[in-house]
Write a protein that binds this ligand. Structure first.
Ligand code: BES
Ligand code: ZN
Length: 802
C-alpha cells in the first residue's frame, strides 16, 4: 500500500484564565513546521522555546512575555503528517468497485483522543470551540465536514493536478472528538425532515441502493428526537456515511456520522432480520448523541457513561417507536440488562463513574458497564449490584441484599472482604424490589433502602416471582422450596409468566449456579421446561447459557452427554419452527438462533435438511431466505470439507452486500477441519484478504469453535501478538477484546497458567482490565467444572438413560 501525506494549517483563537508563560496543546505524530503566537493587533509574540513531549502527546509553548488573562490571542501552526493506516485520526480507507477497481478515501475517527493526530488542538471534551474548515481536493473527489459547504473555488495546481478548495460554514461550539471530515468519491441520496433539514446518506456508488432504509429511518428518528427532546436539531444538515474500514460500529460526529458498512447498509432481499434491526439500532443510537453528548457534553471522560448509557437506552426506545412490531423493550432486557449483569459480577469490574487520566485508561471504559447499567449514586459510584435473597416463613417474606459476585471475595474472621476496594456505600443499594404471586397478580414494590426488609404475604401463596420482567439491575435467589415451586409452574403452565420473566428466571438460575449459589441439578430441572418453550426471550437467554456451559465442559466427562441434552431440548422447537422464513420479527430472530444452535449441536433432522439446502444452493443456485442463511451455511461448512468452505470463501469475496459478507465471515469459522481453521486465521494477516476491522470476528468465531478452535485462536494470538499490537495500538480496546474472546473459554489449570505466564511479561495497555477479567473468568470456569462435573454426569446419565 502507498503512503499518503497531508498538510494543514490551524489557527486557534484563545484567552487564558490566569496570567501565564506557558501554553500546552495536544499533538501526536505531527511535524509542525511553523508556530506563531500573536495578539489581537496581529503583533507576533516572541516565543522562548517549544517542547514536544510525545509520551503525553503534548506540545509546550513558552513565551518570552506573560500572556495576560482575558486577553484575546491567536496561535497559528502549519503541520504535515502521513494519513494513517490504522482506524484512528485522519486515515486512509479503500473499497473495490464492481469492476474491480480499487478506490481510496480519507476519513476521520477522533473519539476519544485522536483529533490531536490530525491537527494540533486542545483535545479535551470541555474545551469547546467553533470550527471553521477549508479542504483542498481534486475534482474527482468530494469533501465533507460537520457543516455544509459554503463555496468551492479553483485553488491552483499541486503536482500537476488542479485543486479545488471547499470552504465550509462555521460550526457551533463543539468538542474536538466530534469533528469529522471525509474526502471520497461517493454518491448520496437525500431527503428532508419535517422541519426541512436535509438528511443524506453517502456510500460507494454501487452500494447506494442499500442506503435507502437508513435514510428513511434517520428522517423518522430526527423528527422523533426533535419532539422527544423538545429541541430543534441545531445544525443545517445531517450526513450519514458508510466507511469500508472502521474500528467501532459507528461514530456520532456532529452532522457527519460515520458508520461501518454493516451498521448502515441494508438489502431488502439479502439482509437478515437481526442485521436489519442492527442498522435501525445504530442509527437511533448515533442520532440520540446529536443532542445527548454533542449539544450537551460531559466535562471529562469519567462521565462517559452519561453519554453512552443514555444513548443505549434511547436506541431501543426509539426503534420501538419507529418499529412497534419489533418488541424492542423485550429485547432490551436480553441485550443490555443481562449483558451488564454479566460483566458487573466480576470482582474486576468498575464503578460506572470512573476516574481516568490518560488516553489508554479513557479507551478502556468504552465497555458494557458504561453502555448498559442504571442511575443513582449507590449505582454509579460503586461497582457491582445486589443479589437479593428471598426466603419465606409462613406469611413472612425476608429479603436481604449483598453484593453479587461470581467469585466470592475471600473474607477475614470479621467478615470483611480482603481485596474488595472500599465503597462509600459499603456495597448496599437502593433497590425497588418488585414481585407478584399466584394469589396476587398485581405487581407490588418494596423499597430496600440500603437495607434488608421483611413483608407479609397471604398464607395460601404457592409461588412468588421477584424482579418483574428483570426491570431491576439485580439478581434474585430464593430458598430451595421457592425455586421448586417456580419450576413446577414453568413445567405445568409456563405462560403464567411473561416471556421476559421466563428469561429472567433462566438467567438468574444459570448465573447463580455459576457462582456456586444454586445446585446444577435445579437448573437442569428448570431447563427441561424448554422442550415446550416457543418464545424468543427465554430461548435467546437459554441458548447463550447452554453454549457457554458446553464450552466450559469441553474437556470434561459429561461433555457428550450435555450436548445430547441440549440436542434433546432443541429438537422440538426446531421441528415446530421449520424452515419457512415467516412470522413476526421476533419469530424470525428466534428461528435463526434456534436453527443455528440446532445445527451446531447436531440435531439430526435439522442438520440433514440444512445440508440438503446448502447443496441445493451450491449446486443449483437455489435461493436461501435471509434468516435461514446462517443455519444452512453453518451446516454446509461444519459438516462439509474444503470444497464447501472454498465455495463460501468465494462468495465472501464476491458479494456486494456487507451484511452477507459479515455473515459469511462468521460461518467460515465453524469448519471442523483444523487445517482449514488454521488457514483461515492466517488469512487475517493479509489485509487484502481480511480487513483489520474484521480480524476480531474471525478470531472470535474460530475461538468459539468446539473442534479445537479455541486452542488454535489462542496460539495465533500469542504468535502474532506484536503484529496485532502494532496494528491496533496499545490504546485501543481491540486488544482487550481479543484477549477475552480467545481465552475466556478455558477451563483447566494448565490453560490458566499459560495465559497468566504469557501476559506477565507484556504491557497490554487498555487491555489490562480485560486481561484481569479473563483470568478471573478462567478461574471461575475451572471451579465450576470441578464442582459440577460429577452431579452433572449423574443427572444426565439418569435422565438420558430413561
Ligand atoms: N461514541 C461511540 C463510538 C466509540 C466507541 C468511539 C468506542 C470510541 C470508542 C458510538 O456512539 C457508539 O456507541 N457506537 C457503538 C454502536 C452503538 C449502537 C452501541 C459501537 O460502535 O459499537
Ligand atoms: Zn454511543
Amino acid at each position: 500500500m502507498f503512503d499518503f501525506y497531508f498538510s494543514g494549517q490551524v489557527s486557534i483563537d484563545f484567552t487564558v484564565e490566569k496570567d501565564t508563560y506557558f501554553l500546552v496543546l495536544n499533538s501526536q505524530n505531527l511535524t509542525i513546521a511553523e508556530k506563531m503566537v500573536s495578539d489581537k493587533k496581529n503583533h507576533r509574540l516572541p516565543i522562548a522555546r517549544i517542547l514536544e513531549y510525545p509520551p503525553r502527546q503534548q506540545l509546550y509553548i513558552e513565551l518570552k512575555d506573560k500572556l495576560r488573562k482575558k486577553v484575546n490571542y491567536t496561535i497559528v501552526m502549519k503541520f504535515t503528517t502521513r494519513l494513517g493506516k490504522e482506524l484512528e485520526g485522519f486515515y486512509i480507507s479503500s473499497y473495490t468497485t464492481k469492476s474491480g477497481e480499487k478506490k481510496y478515501l480519507a476519513t476521520t475517527h477522533f473519539e476519544p483522543t485522536y483529533a490531536r493526530s490530525a491537527f494540533p488542538c486542545f483535545d479535551e471534551p470541555q474545551f469547546k470551540a467553533k470550527f471553521k474548515v477549508s479542504i483542498y481536493r481534486d475534482r474527482f473527489h468530494i469533501s465533507l465536514f460537520n457543516m455544509p459547504v459554503l463555496s468551492t473555488e479553483e485553488a491552483g495546481f499541486f503536482m500537476g493536478t488542479g485543486l479545488l478548495k471547499d470552504e465550509f460554514a462555521e460550526s457551533l461550539e463543539m468538542s474536538t472528538y466530534l469533528v469529522a471530515f471525509v474526502v471520497c468519491d461517493y454518491r448520496s441520496i437525500r431527503n428532508l425532515t419535517k422541519r426541512g433539514v436535509p438528511v443524506s446518506v453517502y456510500a460507494p456508488p454501487d452500494l447506494l441502493p442499500q442506503a435507502e432504509f437508513a435514510l428513511n429511518t434517520a428522517i423518522k428518528m430526527m423528527d422523533h428526537y426533535e419532539r422527544f427532546f423538545n429541541i430543534a436539531y441545531p445544525l443545517p444538515k445531517q450526513d450519514l456515511i458508510a466507511i469500508p474500514d472502521f474500528g467501532v460500529g459507528a461514530m456520532e460526529n456532529w452532522g457527519l456520522i460515520t458508520y461501518r458498512e454493516t451498521s448502515i447498509l441494508y438489502d431488502a432481499v439479502q439482509t437478515s432480520a437481526a442485521a436489519h434491526q442492527w442498522v435501525a439500532v445504530v442509527v437511533a443510537h448515533e442520532l440520540a448523541h446529536q443532542w445527548f453528548g454533542n449539544l450537551v457534553t460531559m466535562r471529562w471522560w469519567n462521565d462517559l457513561w452519561l453519554n453512552e448509557g443514555f444513548a443505549s437506552y434511547l436506541e431501543y426506545l426509539t426503534v420501538d417507536h419507529i418499529m412497534p412490531g419489533w418488541n424492542m423493550m423485550e429485547q432490551f432486557v436480553l441485550d443490555k440488562t443481562q449483558a451488564g449483569l454479566d460483566l458487573d459480577a466480576l470482582s474486576n469490574s468498575h464503578p460506572i463513574s470512573v476516574a481516568v487520566h490518560d488516553p489508554t485508561e479513557i479507551e478502556a471504559i468504552f465497555d458494557t458497564i458504561s453502555y448498559s447499567k442504571n442511575i443513582m449514586d449507590t449505582w454509579t459510584r460503586q461497582m457491582g449490584f445486589p443479589l437479593i435473597h428471598i426466603s419465606r416463613e409462613g406469611t413472612t417474606v425476608s429479603a436481604s441484599q449483598s453484593r453479587f459476585l461470581l467469585t466470592p471475595e475471600p473474607r477475614n474472621e470479621n467478615n470483611t472482604a480482603l481485596h474488595e476496594p472500599k465503597s462509600p456505600y459499603h456495597y448496599k443499594w437502593y433497590v425497588p424490589l418488585s414481585y407478584y404471586t399466584d394469589i396476587n397478580e398485581e405487581i407490588e414494590t418494596v423499597w430496600m433502602n440500603m437495607t434488608d426488609v421483611k413483608f407479609e404475604i397471604n398464607a395460601s401463596v404457592t409461588w412468588m416471582k421477584a424482579n418483574v420482567n428483570q426491570s431491576g439491575f439485580y439478581r434474585v435467589n430464593y430458598d430451595p422450596e421457592m425455586w421448586d415451586a417456580l419450576i413446577a409452574v414453568l413445567k405445568k403452565n409456563y405462560t403464567i409468566f411473561s416471556p421476559t420473566d421466563r428469561a429472567s428466571l433462566l438467567d438468574d438460575a444459570f448465573t447463580l449456579c455459576r457462582a456456586g449459589l444454586l445446585n446444577v441439578t435445579t437448573v437442569l430441572e428448570m431447563a427441561l421446561y424448554l422442550k415446550n418453550e416457543r418464545d424468543y426471550a427465554p430461548w435467546a437467554t437459554a441458548l447463550g447459557h447452554l453454549q457457554s456451559w458446553a464450552r466450559y465442559l469441553s474437556e470434561s466427562a459429561p461433555y457428550r452427554l450435555f450436548l445430547q441434552f441440549t440436542n434433546h431440548l432443541l429438537s422440538p422447537v426446531a421441528t415446530s419452527l421449520g424452515w419457512n422464513d415467516t412470522g413476526t420479527h421476533l419469530e424470525k430472530l428466534m428461528r435463526s438462533d434456534v436453527m443455528v444452535s440446532a445445527v451446531l449441536a447436531g440435531v439430526e433432522d435439522t442438520v440433514k435438511e440444512a445440508k440438503q439446502k446448502f447443496y441445493d444452493w451450491m449446486n443449483k443456485g437455489t435461493r436461501i431466505p435471509p434468516n435461514m442463511r446462517e443455519a444452512i451455511y453453518s451446516a454446509g461448512i461444519k459438516y462439509g470439507g474444503v470444497k464447501e468452505w472454498q465455495f463460501c470463501w468465494n462468495k465472501y469475496n464476491t458479494s456486494r452486500v456487507p451484511s452477507e459478507r459479515k455473515l459469511l465471515l462468521r460461518v467460515l469459522g465453524v469448519a471442523s477441519d483444523p487445517w482449514i481453521l488454521q488457514r483461515y486465521l492466517l488469512a487475517t494477516l493479509d489485509r487484502d484478504k481480511i480487513r483489520p476491522q474484521d480480524i476480531k470476528v474471525v478470531m472470535s468465531t474460530v475461538a468459539s469453535n468446539p473442534e479445537g478452535g479455541s486452542l488454535l485462536a489462542w496460539r495465533h494470538l500469542k504468535a502474532h501478538w506484536l503484529g496485532l499490537q502494532g496494528l491496533f495500538g496499545n490504546g485501543t480496546f481491540t486488544m482487550g477484546s481479543l484477549i477475552s474472546t480467545t481465552t475466556t473459554h478455558f477451563s483447566t489449570d494448565y490453560d490458566y497458567k499459560e495465559v497468566d505466564v504469557f501476559f506477565r511479561r507484556i504491557d497490554v495497555g487498555s487491555g489490562s482490565r480485560s486481561l484481569d477479567q479473563a483470568l478471573e473468568t478462567i478461574k471461575l470456569n475451572i471451579h465450576w467444572v470441578r464442582r459440577n462435573e460429577l452431579p452433572l454426569y449423574d443427572w444426565l446419565t439418569k435422565y438420558l438413560g430413561s
